[in-house]
Design a protein around this ligand. Structure first.
Ligand code: NDP
Ligand code: HSE
Length: 435
């Protein structure tokens, strides 16, 4: 076959990046694949807006079913985001015998099972490189390059928007709100951006990575997640006084009888491998039983890096089509079902060090009240910083602890709610990596 026809649903940030790459790099793409990849149709709600790409007049449509019904279209690319309509288009495309490419991590993390089994049922391929890490080919690495290994650790900065926000807050003193607005303007953020800053987007991506490790969709709701919304420039400053920076980390560890899968802000030492991953960059560190450590780094969002991953998927599927192969690699990379059940360890079982920022009245005995409750719960203090008064007479009391169990921390903080010397919610950040 000399030509592979593609229909793109969603002509926004990633859709326009994808089409731009297919047109601008058409020569090397066709030389590498051995077939031309032709964008036959593009569907979007708005086909009037100028996307800066010259297209023939019959390419744009407002009706995605024109793509799904078109028998000449081999691959459907879903780039609208969200759950309901996206799932409907993908399932209908598969039913019509078309291969599917998507960047929709929310959909794969929350409804993956239905989509993976539809791909199997209809004998088509599903490719989703752009769903994790923007332009970083980590899905291909896990499904192919590292497939001989059992992966026992993943640590990732998987959300470009929150990493951009934390970097701007710490390096350029940008207020939180302004940094969020910029991430939206650059096309990094989800719609709504709440999913980026509350840890959901990174948890979606972690769910996809972990599902590939075991060949079975991990129950998304069992992944603990916490976002960066409560962090203030003060926390970033105090962390740096202790020799740490704050990153939104996605962490997986295979504990043998269960796994750790969690997303939350974490303090990492300034010389930690994740500490210098800044701006919209993502990084994924993983360890396999035979390969040892591997590190991936690159732009985690944006039209061009993400479009690059979508086009790589299109090239891979086009090669398959050219060779008359319907499916080479099943969606999760397992030809026989993997583990049937993944048990995620409850966060209460976690054992780590903690940062606490208490807002306290500047009165005698406060420190001893706080440290008394921590001591009663078996939490031992490693270091304390106390700063001068703020406008309303409360002071930040900042502590780093030795390793403690999360369930003890939960108990201690619940007890402290009754301390009338504390004037506001206590900020807690887990520490990852020792100094
Ligand atoms: P955008 O909002 O920029 O683009 C989505 C486009 O799809 C919009 O033009 C939208 O129109 C259109 N659309 C929405 N619903 C329909 C529909 N029912 N029929 C036809 N068109 C529709 O999103 P992105 O390009 O940023 O994201 C697309 C996907 O890629 C998402 O799943 C996202 O999570 C994922 N992704 C995004 C990255 C990024 O950097 N932006 C990186 C990695 C993955 P309208 O604007 O009028 O609603
Ligand atoms: N909103 C996502 C991010 C896009 O900021 O990382 C890339 O998946």
């Amino acid at each position: 076959m000399d030509q592979v026809n593609v229909g793109v649903i969603g002509f926004g940030t990633v859709g326009s990046g994808t089409v731009e790459i297919l047109l601008k790099n058409r020569d090397i793409i066709s030389d590498r694949v051995g077939s031309e990849i032709i964008v036959k149709k593009i569907a979007d709600l708005d086909i009037v807006r100028d996307r800066g790409i010259a297209l023939a007049s019959d390419v744009l449509t407002t009706d995605p079913s024109e793509i799904i019904r078109d028998p000449s279209i081999d691959i459907v690319v879903e780039l609208i985001g969200g759950l309901t309509a996206a799932k409907d288009f993908i399932l209908k495309a598969m039913q019509a015998g078309k291969h599917v490419v998507t960047a929709n991590k929310a959909l794969l993390a929350e409804c993956g099972e239905e989509i993976y089994s539809a791909a199997g049922k209809y004998g088509v391929s599903l490719a989703y490189e752009a769903s994790v890490g923007g332009g970083i080919p980590v899905i291909r690495a896990l499904r192919e390059g590292l497939s001989a290994n059992r992966i026992h650790t993943i640590m990732g900065i998987l959300n470009g928007t929150s990493n951009y926000i934390l970097t701007e807050m710490s390096k350029n003193a940008l207020p939180y709100k302004k940094a969020v607005e910029e991430a939206i303007r650059f096309g990094y953020a989800e719609d709504p951006p709440t999913l980026d800053v509350n840890g959901t987007d990174a948890a979606h991506k972690l769910a996809i990575l972990v599902s590939i490790l075991f060949g079975v969709p991990v129950p998304f709701r069992s992944i603990y997640r916490e976002g960066i919304e409560c962090l203030t420039p003060d926390d970033i400053r105090f962390a740096s006084e202790f020799g740490y920076c704050i990153k939104l980390l996605a962490i997986f560890r295979n504990l043998g009888d269960a796994i750790e899968a969690r997303v939350h802000p974490a303090m990492v030492p300034l010389d930690h491998i994740m500490a210098n991953v800044n701006g919209v960059y993502n990084a994924i560190y993983l360890e396999g039983d035979f390969v040892g450590p591997n590190l991936y780094y690159g732009y985690g969002a944006g039209k061009k890096p993400t479009g690059s991953s979508v086009v790589a998927d299109l090239m891979h599927l086009s090669r398959q089509i050219r060779c008359g192969v319907s499916t080479l690699i099943p969606p999760l990379g397992y030809s026989r079902p993997g583990l049937m059940n993944i048990a995620v360890q409850p966060i209460e079982e976690l054992q780590t060090s903690y940062y606490f920022r208490f807002s306290a009245k500047d009165t005698p005995g406060v420190l001893s009240k706080i440290s008394g409750i921590l001591g009663e719960n078996g939490i031992s203090i490693y270091s304390v910083i106390q700063k001068g008064r703020d406008m309303v007479g409360s002071v930040p009391v900042v502590m780093l602890t030795h390793e403690a169990k999360e369930s003890s921390v939960i108990k201690a903080l619940a007890h402290m709610k009754h301390l009338e010397v504390l004037t506001d919610k206590t900020i807690t950040i887990r520490v990852e990596g020792s100094k």
